[in-house]
Ligand binder design. Structure first.
Ligand SMILES: Cc1ncc(COP(=O)(O)O)c(C=O)c1O
Length: 368
């Protein structure tokens, strides 16, 4: 190596702990059930799969860079102006674009203690500083977020519901948060799991976006629509933010098969309803059955549960993870989310859910 100066990434980049996705294999186990990435056990709509297959005939063509048909389909489904929608390669793409467009060296972006890890990663990548606001009962706390605001704050990320805790902030509280923020701070409402929520006091944020200049809402096709492999998400925002994002996004950031499958998925409302019903039923069942085993489960409104383990030898979250993994049941360790004593479990098929509860009972030496 020469002594000449090497290219250096911008400050902050090397401070990032790279994102580690949920495990998908278990050494030596033939049949693996993956419950580590909040994917749907029902898979995508058959119509979305058919649209994806049909797109195979057009792989030589660039997609429509403006994803016009998809934005119009989203607009129809949600009653929104397509001109105020930006699509992305997953909502990760949109979260990173927001950070790139609005954060610079010396700025601060607030997230909550156990929030989705992409927020600090996207923030550090711009040279800005991630600031963690404490949660209360594993739930974002509006007063704590507002107390963390400084003149350097330029963005607040709120996952609602939050991953990996599954908790949510009622819409009145979201509005109070917005009212307390300076008008030059972008409030990012990440509603990746909103379709699963069955609470009268919850809203994903459409109304707030429609009536303010500094709020955006991100959504994904990876969860209820079962299209995680295709990388597809969208954002609804004020025209001036949409304009900024359209200037910096990749000109073809959403691929053609994803556009086709996304449009078909939106049309299959019966499939979405089936996924929602399945989740509602098994979320309640898992919460109750795991609770009966003596493990604390954080009340969740999403498609996963956070399970807390004791710290005694042989009983920890790590021990449970090893025990379950040896049986092909893959949950998610959440130490990177500052939850070393917990595991996150995606609501799976009936069979998967029963297998996990049975295995946990065995792990704890109890009858399920
Ligand atoms: C809160 C939250 N936001 C965004 C995402 C990213 O979703 P996508 O697959 O659309 O990038 C996830 C994925 O797990 C998530 O949990």
């Amino acid at each position: 190596m020469s002594a000449l100066p090497r290219p250096e990434p911008r400050p902050g980049v090397l401070a990032i702990d790279p994102y580690v996705p949920g495990k998908s294999s278990a050494p030596g186990v033939a049949r693996v059930i993956k419950l580590s990435s909040n994917e749907t056990p029902l898979g995508p709509s058959p119509q979305a799969i058919a649209a994806y297959r049909d797109a195979a005939d057009q792989l030589q063509d660039y997609p429509d860079g403006a994803a016009t048909d998809l934005r119009e389909a989203i607009g129809r489904a949600f009653g929104l102006d397509p001109a105020r929608i930006v699509c992305g390669a997953g909502s990760d793409d949109l979260l990173n674009l927001l950070a790139r467009a609005y954060l610079r060296d010396g700025d601060e972006a607030i997230h909550t203690t156990h929030a989705f890890l992409v927020y600090p990663i996207a923030t550090l990548g711009t040279g800005a500083k991630p600031v963690a606001a404490p949660e209360k009962n594993y739930t974002a706390n509006v007063d704590a977020i507002l107390a963390a605001v400084t003149p350097r704050t330029k963005m607040v990320f709120l996952a609602n519901p939050n991953n990996p805790t599954g908790t949510y902030v009622p819409f009145d509280e979201v509005k109070r948060l917005h009212a307390g923020l300076p008008s030059n701070v972008v409030l990012v409402l990440d509603a990746a799991y909103s379709e699963y929520v069955r609470r009268n006091d919850y809203e994903a944020g459409i109304e707030l976006v429609a009536t303010s200049d500094n709020v955006v809402m991100c959504r994904t096709f990876s969860k209820i629509h079962g299209l995680a492999a295709l990388r597809l998400g969208w954002l609804y925002g004020p025209a001036h933010i949409v304009d900024a994002l359209n200037r910096i996004r990749g000109p073809f950031n959403v691929n053609l098969p994803a556009i086709a499958a996304g449009i078909a998925a939106l049309q299959d409302t019966a499939h979405q309803e089936r996924s929602r019903e399945h989740n509602t039923r098994w979320l309640a069942w898992l919460t109750e059955e795991i609770g009966k085993l003596g493990l604390a489960v954080t009340p969740s409104v999403a498609n996963f549960v956070l399970i807390h383990f004791p710290q005694g030898k042989g009983r920890t979250a790590k021990d449970a993870d090893a025990f379950l993994t040896a049986r092909g049941l893959i949950l998610r360790q959440v130490g990177a989310y500052k939850l070393p004593n917990a595991l996150r479990m995606t609501v799976g098929s009936e069979e998967a859910n029963r297998l996990v509860v049975g295995a946990l009972a065995e792990f704890l030496g109890k009858a399920a």
